[in-house]
Design a protein. Structure first.
Length: 171
């Protein structure tokens, strides 16, 4: 059974750490999922990224379409991407029958303090979601994980429990 899980939240929320733990947890259960990590996908889809609105629209449309294509071919997918507009995530939801939006809710101050990529401190970054451009949290996510409490492993276990409750794979 294939499905897609979209981990969304601000930069530094903990999405990538949870995605890594989730991938390992699924693989341990015999589920050969793939991760579409926005940082990696950008190098292929928009290698000279400007992060402007029209480019984001195109990038997230391609990401949603790629996820839908993989799921339609039986490949479970974890999407690790901020996707600051609900419309980006809704596009995937509309195209994928088994879709779960997981909001990694982390206060902006915590994300800025982590700043692993240097985005919050950089004077060159002009379109950071939650700072210079809006971030639209999910209206009705299937799951909300606190990125400031617990570990990435805890978050991954919450996602696995959601997938099991939905019957999207057998434990």
């Amino acid at each position: 059974m294939s499905f897609a899980v979209w981990l969304t939240g601000l930069s530094g929320a903990g999405k990538s750490a949870i995605a890594k733990e989730l991938l390992a947890a699924l693989h341990a259960r015999g589920v050969a999922a793939a991760v579409l990590e926005s940082d990696v996908m950008r190098t292929q889809l928009t290698p000279f990224a400007t992060y402007e609105g029209a480019e984001r629209d195109e990038f997230y449309a391609m990401l949603a379409d790629l996820a839908a294509w993989l799921v339609s071919r039986g490949k479970p997918v974890i999407i690790d991407a901020t996707a600051n507009r609900r419309a980006y995530r809704d596009r995937a939801r509309e195209a994928i029958a088994r879709f779960a939006e997981v909001y990694v809710s982390t206060p902006l101050e915590v994300c800025a303090a982590r700043d692993a990529k240097g985005f919050y401190k950089s004077k060159d970054v002009k379109t950071l979601p939650g700072v210079q451009v809006a971030y639209e949290p999910p209206a009705a996510p299937e799951l909300v994980i606190s990125g400031a409490k617990g570990t990435p492993g805890d978050g991954a276990r919450e996602v696995v429990a959601l997938l099991e409750r939905r019957g999207w794979f057998k434990p």
